[in-house]
Design a protein around this ligand. Structure first.
Ligand SMILES: Cc1ncc(COP(=O)(O)O)c(C=O)c1O
Length: 362
């Protein structure tokens, strides 16, 4: 070979491709990335405006200010918190830290795409546990455990399905796995959840060594552009992850905005209320259009489209794009009859439904 070739497991992978649009229309309505409908906290924006000092300085390796703010906001132990460049970074370093070449890691059939990606990059073998009704199945996950299993990745609620398993099911899963297997419990959308029978996983972390909860500032807090996520796990796990994480992977702007966002309880409350209101409105409108969808406790909805070509998900995606509305095609997840749509502002949601009505009238 006369060129440098990557490891064979990397060669087989595809680069992650979000739908941020190719349309020439200005002011695109972006309902394709589960972002915050209401932007970000004004406090966070203000914090960034005064962010000009010390640009020449490296950020702290671990910001005590941000860790303390997280600990205060969510009543958690400071010593168990790790910060990351988005929770994506934490997913990658978990795979790199715990997986050897011959190890296996389990992820769910319609689970978040970064899980199989991170497992493959680490050079380990991803093992799929089938969903039941587009929802993670504890029994199917347990049936995939082998002597080689080191990690189990579970997003709860899950992206792109929006579905979740109950707290009792999460406890049953955890109780049934051997202590040497680490449960990676990704609760990226937990702040939108109001259901009593849900757990964000932190209570398991308080008691056990083999669970890590992952969280993000990209969804409820609306800081996706700054790349800020965090994890909650035993001190031993955090210490090992810190050996692998880039030394300065969380930048100073993200730290400042993160602290300000956490303090803005008003914005958080408003965003949750907005999401609940427009989710139920969207569900009602989709029913009127006779469209099937997965009941979602997140800020997005997975909508099923008819198989007839004219009204297919692919055609709907192109039609909406031609009207300046971006939604997420689900082919990469093996769900080609579906589109995933995030809750937007009032105006965006209404425009989305109006254009969808036009699409079906065509
Ligand atoms: C389930 C889940 N986990 C993690 C992430 C990544 O979040 P971050 O922006 O913090 O990397 C996402 C983003 O879409 C997600 O849906």
């Amino acid at each position: 070979m006369d060129f440098p070739s990557p490891k064979s497991n990397i060669e087989k992978l595809h680069t992650y491709k979000p739908n941020f649009g190719k349309s020439k229309i200005n002011n695109l309505i972006r309902l394709s990335a589960n972002e915050s409908a209401l932007g970000a906290s004004l406090n966070a924006i203000k914090a960034l405006k005064i962010f000009s000092n010390d640009l020449n300085r490296y950020p702290p390796q671990v910001s005590d200010e941000l860790v303390s703010a997280i600990s205060k906001r969510y009543s958690l132990n400071k010593k168990k918190i790790i910060l990351g460049n988005g929770s994506d970074e934490l997913i990658s370093i978990l795979a790199q830290t715990f997986l050897n070449y011959n190890d296996e890691a389990i992820y769910t059939e319609f689970g978040f795409l970064q899980f199989p990606q991170a497992i493959s990059i680490a050079g380990a073998l991803g093992v799929v546990a089938n969903d039941v009704n587009h929802t993670a199945s504890v029994d199917n996950i347990l049936s995939k455990i082998s002597k080689k299993t080191k990690l189990i990745f579970l997003a709860n609620p899950n992206n792109p399905t929006g579905t979740f398993i109950t707290k009792n099911e999460v406890i049953r899963l955890h109780e049934s796995i051997p202590k040497h297997i680490l449960l990676v419990y990704d609760a990226a959308y937990s702040e939108f959840v109001i259901n009593d029978d849900y757990t964000d996983g932190s209570e398991l972390v308080e008691k056990y060594e083999n669970v890590i909860m992952l969280r993000t500032f990209s969804k409820l807090h609306g800081l996706a552009s700054l790349r800020l996520g965090w994890g909650y796990a035993s001190e031993n796990i955090i210490e090992n992850l810190m050996k692998v994480r880039g030394p300065f992977s969380v930048n100073a702007a993200a730290i400042m905005a993160g602290v300000a966002a956490l303090e803005d309880l008003e914005f958080q409350k408003k965003s949750v209320q907005h999401n609940l209101k427009w989710m139920s409105w969207l569900e009602k409108e989709l029913k009127l259009l006779n469209l099937d969808f997965k009941s979602s406790i997140t800020n997005f909805l997975l909508i099923k489209f008819p198989v007839e070509l004219d009204y297919s998900a692919e055609n709907a995606e192109s039609f909406l794009a031609s009207k300046g509305i971006l939604v997420r095609g689900m082919k990469v997840y093996g769900l080609s009859n579906y589109l995933r749509v995030s809750i937007g502002t009032r105006e965006e949601n209404i425009k989305f439904i109006n254009e969808l009505k036009t699409f079906f009238r065509k």
